[in-house]
Design a protein around this ligand. Structure first.
Ligand SMILES: Nc1nc2c(ncn2[C@@H]2O[C@H](COP(=O)(O)OP(=O)(O)OP(=O)(O)O)[C@@H](O)[C@H]2O)c(=O)[nH]1
Ligand SMILES: [Mg+2]
Length: 473
């Protein structure tokens, strides 16, 4: 076996391994969020905190003119004829192409069951009837980590779409991780609908959009075509100076660049438009094909997504631990305050009752009711009561006679005020039940002791495939 073949095989194995590791990481992260018993989403719901489960795959939306080669690109990537291709308007609705256990085609409703986060798409009239999913068993390239969304070919004029295609594409663009825009050199490269959509999508997601000049092998056989990608927007006039490509392809590139530049929302710096075509071993094409760069871009987005997902897992875990600990701490504080409130409530009640009680006791021991009391309980008990109340009598005698009335009114007023204070001022706030407290503590310990360490292990697994073991701390 030649060393080249051996090398390719090793590279292929490495790709498969990486895909496997990334797939596993994304799947595990998804499970850590969605587990019905102890998933982060369930914990967040109970706490009233909003978090979203990460997706297991990245979504790549393909848009472009009719016959620009969108479906052919998907078939090439998947290495299976999943999508119909041809010169007629082949793709009439939206097709989700994803990997699975068995080759299957799903209708619109089944598609929305499979992808609940695309549910809002059904609000656009007529879309669901033109929605389908193609499940392929292919494991080629990074396909297990991708959901492609193939869209209907865009045309101007009389063509009537059975639904609002612009609205649907803009909505899908909001959920996609990558948006590939295919311009073909022969077809309607300057289709107004495509340009309008590109402008609208670029407004909100400039970082997700990639432009490609597809079917580049159909536009002549020059050798230096790859250089046409360079900063088209800022230097498109340079292209006309005629240093690359055939006149035909150059004209198309200039036309596209001019059209895009006319739109203020698209006139950006560092604009690339790689030329790509589906490799055909039976056709001799001398121009450079940048289709591998498309694959690299997809790979880059996947690795970025894996990192973002792991980072998000850590942030969400910390957010939930914080929310749970805050709830538990607040409960401890509420309990402490409730205890203090109960103490003061009882104290205020006792204080409010002290003066009326002393008054009643004085009345029955010294005052007008002394005789009645003696008759009822006996002389000795009244004497004991009189000696106990002696300090009160002394204190009362200290008050000058003219002020007795005022002091009496003040003391009665004070008693009433203390009574109301006891009744109204200190309400006891609700606290968590012991069961709920235990459940919260259990969840904190689950996130701290299971989720976060698992996230660390997954990060290590992710890094191990990129760097040498000794570089890992
Ligand atoms: N020469 C050449 N032909 C291609 C290439 N890609 C696709 N084609 C051909 O172009 C035609 C249209 O391709 P499709 O993949 O159906 O294009 P599409 O963008 O999906 O078209 P719609 O679904 O109608 O929007 C087919 O006949 C393909 O064989 C390419 O890279 N080079
Ligand atoms: Mg198609």
């Amino acid at each position: 076996m030649s060393s080249k073949v051996k090398q390719r095989k090793t590279a292929n194995e490495a790709t498969l391994e990486t895909t496997g590791v990334n797939e596993k990481i994304l799947r595990e992260c998804h499970e850590l969020y969605t587990d019905p018993q102890s998933g982060l989403v369930k914990i967040a719901e109970e706490l009233g905190v909003q978090i979203l489960a990460p997706r297991k795959k990245i979504t790549v939306l393909l848009i472009g003119n009719h016959s620009a080669g969108k479906s052919s690109f998907i078939n090439w990537y998947v290495e299976e004829h999943v999508q119909k291709v041809g010169v007629a308007i082949e793709t009439q609705g939206f097709s989700f192409v994803t990997s699975g256990k068995k080759r299957e085609s799903l209708t619109g409703n089944a598609t929305l069951h499979l992808y609940p986060h695309f549910q809002s798409l059904s609000e656009i009239d007529g879309v669901v009837d033109y929605l389908n999913t193609e499940i392929s068993t292919s494991k080629q390239k990074k396909f297990p980590l991708i959901t492609f969304v193939d869209s209907p070919g865009l045309v101007d004029g009389d063509m009537k779409y059975p639904f609002d295609v612009n609205e649907a594409i803009i909505w899908l663009g909001g959920l996609a991780d990558l948006i590939f825009v295919f311009f073909d050199p022969i077809g309607q490269a300057l289709c107004k609908r495509t340009l309008n959509l590109v402008e609208a999508l670029n407004k909100h997601h400039p970082d997700r959009i990639r432009f490609y000049l597809s079917k580049a092998d159909d536009a002549g056989n020059e050798t230096d075509r790859q250089r046409q990608v360079l900063n088209l927007f800022s230097h498109y006039t340079e292209i006309s100076k005629g240093f690359f490509g055939t006149f035909f392809l150059r004209r198309v590139m200039i036309q596209i660049a001019q059209e895009l530049c006319k739109r203020p929302g698209l006139n950006r710096q560092g604009f690339d438009m790689p030329t790509i075509y589906i490799p055909n071993p039976n056709k001799t094409v001398r121009c450079t094909n940048q289709i591998e760069d498309v694959c690299k871009d997809i790979e880059k987005t996947i690795t970025q997504t894996v990192q973002n997902t792991l980072n998000m897992l850590e942030k969400d875990s910390e957010k939930l631990i914080g929310a749970m600990k805050e709830k538990l701490d607040r409960d401890v504080e509420t309990r402490r305050r409730n205890r203090s409130n109960v103490f003061w409530k009882v104290a205020y009640y006792l204080m409010s009752l002290t003066f009326p009680m002393l008054m009643v006791l004085s009345l029955i021991s010294h005052g007008g009711l002394q005789g009645v009391t003696e008759a009822l309980v006996g002389r000795e008990y009244v004497s004991v009561l009189q000696s106990a109340l002696a300090p009160v009598k002394v204190a009362w005698n200290v008050i000058p006679r003219d002020y007795e009335r005022t002091v009496f009114i003040v003391l009665v007023g004070l008693s009433i005020a203390l009574f109301f204070l006891a009744s109204w001022l200190h309400t006891v706030k609700p606290t968590l039940s012991t069961k709920r407290r235990n459940a919260l503590m259990h969840m904190v310990s689950h996130v701290e002791k299971s989720v976060i360490p698992r996230k660390k292990e997954l990060y290590d697994q992710y890094l191990r495939q990129c760097v040498a073991d000794h570089d890992l701390i």
